[in-house]
Design a protein around this ligand. Sequence first.
Ligand code: THU
Length: 132
Amino acid sequence: MTKEDLMQQAAIAAANAYAPYSKFLVGAALETPDGQIFLGCNVENASYGLGRCAEQTAIQKMISEGSRTFTQIAVYTHASPPSSPCGACRQILFEFAPDALVYMTNHKGEVLESTVRDLLPLGFGPKDLDSV
Ligand code: THU
């Protein structure tokens, strides 16, 4: 899928966000190497600390449906400039796809592009556990 199409999917995912507390709607869309698309939105909770980020929702869906990595992920918010994945999400993305492309976009069509590794320099991952 093109970058533009993946960002559009992330915008669609954001429409499903459950964010009555922060009102900050986030959508994520990722693509696996075989072309499957998984969408995610943030899911908040009255017990605030139990909220889940959009990226994590998409990852949970990818893993639970049997895929183990992804090539690109788009994250959509209404922030300008586009907001980037939080620290916890960076770590969770790094676990599965350190070299994946990350597109951060918003309602204005602004786009920032990076990789998971560039968002989490010297990230800790599965390889570290293999190395002992
Ligand atoms: N949020 C995400 O979904 N992804 C991020 O990377 C940053 C934050 C959500 C969590 C919470 O529901 C809302 O945005 C405000 O922090």
